[in-house]
Design a protein around this ligand. Sequence first.
Ligand code: HPA
Length: 275
Amino acid sequence: MTNPFEVAATAAATIATETGVERHDVAIVLGSGWAATADRLGRVIADLELSDVPGFPAPAVPGHRDLLRSVVAHGQSILVLGGRSHLYEGHEPDTVVHGVRTAAATGCHTVILTNAAGGLQPDWGVGRLVLIRDHINLTGRSPMVGPAPPPDQPGRFCDLTEAYCARLRGLARTADPSLVEGIYAGLLGGNYETPAEIRMLAGQGADLVGMSTVLETIAARHVGLDVLGISLVTNLAAGLSPVPLSHAAVVDAAAEAEDRIVALIGGVLDQLARP
Ligand code: HPA
């Protein structure tokens, strides 16, 4: 079976059978170091191993979790993905975006994509939560490359004018008025950037830099999901940071922000639940 949308439909059917939850409303993808957040989002209905669901490799990056959890929060069914796959692990775009396509196939209307990011704004300290207003996809890849989507799916040239939903950003700011917004540059990754690359990205308008999210957002918009993107600045970017960059420090910074992340996501879910 090579059609990725069919794999997503099979994954959604497995999730419905194994969790007993026929439809989910909102999906949350937890970024590096955010995995423990899954324990605090609501009432747990069922846990699966992500890698037992068709199309999902086991998350292999420290700070990610082999967990797919169905939770009820504020009267809504939430699909929590405890980890994600990245291009830098050698995965293809279809694998990287399988979570959001599966979320859409389970009935979700919204996906909350979280990530750890380097900050390009010198006055944004470590621990700053930032709403992604837009992105620059510098991975050189797209989930819309390949055979045309099947006839039951929208065509490939999806509109990304409002990739990150303004209404959802408004709900997030209501939940936490201290939130700022920024442009996320998504790179292939596998290594952190050089200071020269960071200066170039700053000149191109980036406020954040990371190795995920952009392909997931493209795939989510293609299938009609509204996207809320939340970055946590886990370090100042290369050349701005007073200390060498390390994944362990990224994961630690994410863990320290857990209370605020849980409160923010809870605040957004609470408002989404209201008619
Ligand atoms: N660069 C790229 N990805 C990241 C960074 C960074 O500085 N921090 C966390 N993820």
